[in-house]
Design a protein around this ligand. Structure first.
Ligand code: ADP
Length: 294
């Protein structure tokens, strides 16, 4: 399976250009879509999930024209939106059964088997009879995955799933995502660099509705090799001076002191040393350079 997004554009009625001629190819396995808030991730996810129309462009899932065959796409789509909406007082078991009927699993024995397997897989078996409204954030997200996996989807879209989860719940959720089958396109949209670093063989960064970078995390790191320099800054005045003089990528406060990271293609002295490059550097550099170019 492969998803091909070609020249997708969307301008909202208020004039916001959420997608600007965006093209992207996504193959099997987990694909990380990184971007800051407002980058256009949800607009792209909702468009792929056939929940909204672009102004122009095409989306193909192998030879299926996604925008022209919405019903066929919905049959093979598993979608976990950013907000799963209202959590009812009914149990996970009952709601999954109900959703399974809506997904077309009519045989009671097949439905029972599917629902029970999903509750086991998402580690919700012990709480399957409890009301969804009483679930923690992590349990709700795992239920979201269970419902997204009904009817063996070939395309799974997960929009900002780990925001608001504590570290244990986040780990459990990411492990669950990574266990999803190989013959599936899984798109993980997030502003959390670590989610992508840990899980995704391929990734893209988008900003202001445009594609800024695409590749494997290690290729993305390679682009910055020898170009990120770091220094501990001791005063606010020095920090302001660095902001004015250098191409500042990020500032991190460690033990009350600022550690700055700057981009430079030329070696820097003045106390700077070469930094170990991380995916955060790729992310911040892409976003900052795009903001400057805009
Ligand atoms: P992300 O998911 O990366 O945070 P979104 O796709 O939600 O980005 O938003 C992209 C831009 O489009 C933002 O500037 C947002 O305010 C705007 N936007 C999103 N939805 C709408 C809408 N329904 N009407 C108008 N503007 C919108």
């Amino acid at each position: 399976m492969a998803l091909r997004i070609a020249n997708l554009s969307k301008t909202y009625p208020n004039g916001v250009r959420a997608l600007q001629d965006l093209s992207l190819n996504i193959g099997n396995n987990m694909f990380g879509l990184l971007g800051p808030n407002g980058a256009g991730k949800s607009t792209l996810m909702r468009t792929i999930a056939t929940l909204q129309e672009p102004d122009s462009g095409e989306i193909w899932l192998d030879d299926l024209n996604v925008l022209k065959n919405k019903d066929a796409v919905r049959q093979i789509l598993g979608y976990l939106p950013q907000e799963f909406g209202v959590y009812p007082k009914i149990s996970a078991l009952d709601l999954l059964h109900h959703l399974a009927v809506m997904k077309g699993i009519h045989s009671p024995s097949q439905r029972k088997e599917t629902v029970e397997a999903l509750l086991q897989q998402t580690n919700l078996w012990d709480v399957r009879k409890k009301a969804l409204s009483s679930y923690s954030g992590g349990m709700k997200q795992r239920f979201g995955i269970a419902q997204a996996l009904l009817a063996n989807p070939k395309l799974i879209i997960v929009d900002e799933p780990t925001a608001g989860l504590d570290p244990t719940e986040r780990n459990r959720f990411l492990n669950l995502l990574s266990s999803i089958g190989q013959d599936t396109v899984v798109i993980l949209s997030t502003h959390i660099v670590d989610d992508v670093k840990e899980l995704c063989p391929r990734m893209a960064i988008i900003g202001n509705g445009k594609l800024l970078l695409e590749g494997t995390p290690s290729e993305s790191l390679e682009v910055l090799r020898g170009r990120i320099w770091t220094k501990i800054v001791t005063s606010q005045a020095e920090l302001s001076e660095i902001e004015k003089t250098f191409d500042l990528v990020s500032t991190q406060l460690t033990a009350g002191r600022h550690q700055v990271r700057v981009y430079s293609e030329q070696p820097l002295d003045q106390g700077f040393t070469p930094a170990d490059i991380g995916l955060e550097d790729v992310y911040f550099t892409s976003i900052k350079h795009q903001q400057k170019a805009a």
